[in-house]
Design a protein around this ligand. Structure first.
Ligand code: A3P
Length: 402
């Protein structure tokens, strides 16, 4: 209708650029038309014009005036719509801002423009709250067949993803990158919309604490496997990762990173409540939530993979379990382009001359880092308080690793 009238408008030689309220009045014999009446539909307007014409002795409205009226009306309606859209956006932003408990101080060691906030007891980027990701995660429609693979960052998530993918896919070798095979729920790629539209069984990665997972999980839908790792090795691995990622770009000594870690000022902190919540709920819901530790996986992968297979009721023979363990060793995954994140270089996600994602993959590397007494003491105090509050136990070494 609009295009038709615009086409007709040009035939009537209406100069769109010069349309204004005064020109409208000049063109339109029904002078002093109140604004409200201009919002009549075009047919109602035509009817009104005819009536006005009759009143002025069969004087009908010129066709170009009809077009002008229509265009002005359309502009008014569009402006109204844009205005209300902007107002809606503003209100939405205010609502989301109100959900932020506090904005964290910006560490000068993060050289990327990073804004971290505390949102429902968890450190996330401000963007994640303001762009609606957090809301969309909560509302994400889960299915009973979904499997969520979760962790505090740097606890062995990638390893767990590869193991579970194989268990669910007959130990199939895949050339597809991990982000596509096991999408990351709260990350922009491939995005919640893409994950929602996937058919069949979905394996979904997330670093969110249990209380921020989709509501459906809380209602008992889907299974969750959580992997945790001792906080000292997590801090070491996270330190290297924060240096590697361009959107964190941490440039500072290890001691400074540990300070941020113990002050809960890094993404997904606080560490202890993150681990504790999953472990507590796994006790209440053993059918739905399984927790395993990185150290146990390193010590005896076969035993742990079997545990996962049993939890998932996966159809896996002894032979298959053995083969999965072989194909998911650190050395095997490090050279596998489908699981070593080498492709991040192409996307500019990682900085050059940094330790790779698949770094060492061992238990106890912390001994090489916590050397100065001050940093050691800070971490020990952090662990002491965390353990006291939660009763959690961690392994800091295993006999078959170094
Ligand atoms: P390091 O930095 O200590 O080497 P996440 O996947 O949660 O980000 O965790 C990454 C850590 O797990 C890194 O630790 C990485 O090397 C290690 N990792 C990845 N795959 C592994 C595997 N197959 N076996 C042991 N460790 C692995």
């Amino acid at each position: 209708m609009l295009t038709r009238l615009i086409r007709r408008g040009s035939a009537y030689e209406v100069n769109f650029n010069r349309l204004s309220w005064s020109s409208l009045k000049n063109r339109f014999p029904m002078t002093n038309v109140p604004i409200r009446s201009l919002q009549l539909s075009s047919s109602a307007q035509m009817g009104a014009n005819k009536a006005a014409g009759a009143a002025f002795g069969k004087r009908t409205m010129p066709k170009n005036a009809v077009v002008s009226t229509f265009i002005n009306t359309t502009i008014l309606i569009l402006m109204g719509s844009v205005g209300s859209l902007l107002y809606h956006k503003y209100q939405q932003k205010q609502k989301r801002l109100a959900k932020i408990d506090r904005v964290l101080p910006v560490s000068p060691y993060f050289k990327a423009p990073l804004k971290l906030v505390m949102y429902r007891n968890t450190v996330v980027t401000e963007e994640m709250v303001l762009d609606g990701t957090a809301e969309r995660v909560e509302a994400f429609e889960t299915r009973p067949t979904d499997i969520f693979l979760t962790s505090f960052p740097k606890s062995g998530t990638t390893w767990l993803q590869e193991v579970v993918f194989r268990l669910c896919n007959q130990n199939q070798d895949s050339t597809e990158i991990l982000e596509d095979r096991v999408p990351y729920l709260e990350f922009p790629y491939p995005g919640i919309k893409d994950i929602s539209q996937r058919e069949g069984q979905r394996l979904i990665k997330s670093h969110l604490p249990l209380h921020l997972l989709p509501k459906g999980v809380w209602d008992g839908q889907g299974k969750v496997i959580y992997i945790y790792r001792n906080p000292k090795d997590v801090a070491v691995s996270y330190f290297h990762f924060a240096q590697l990622l361009s959107y964190l770009n941490f440039q500072g000594p290890f001691s400074r990173f540990v300070q941020l870690f113990v002050k809960d000022e890094i993404p997904y902190a606080p560490y202890f409540p993150h681990v504790n919540e999953y472990i507590q709920y796994s006790r209440d819901r053993p059918e739905q939530i399984l927790c395993i530790s990185y150290e146990d996986m390193k010590e005896n992968p076969e035993r742990e993979v079997r545990k996962i297979a049993k939890f998932l009721k996966a159809d896996a023979t002894d032979e298959m379990i053995e083969s999965i363990c072989e194909k998911t060793t650190f050395d095997a995954m490090k050279v596998n382009p489908a699981s070593n994140y080498q492709h991040w270089k192409t996307f500019g996600l990682v900085l050059p001359n940094r330790e790779p994602f698949m770094r060492k993959g061992i238990v106890g590397d912390h001994a090489n880092y916590f050397k100065d007494p001050f940093t050691q003491n800070e971490m020990d105090k952090f662990i002491e308080i965390g353990v006291k509050n939660t009763g959690l136990n961690f392994r800091y070494s295993i006999s078959n690793d170094n």
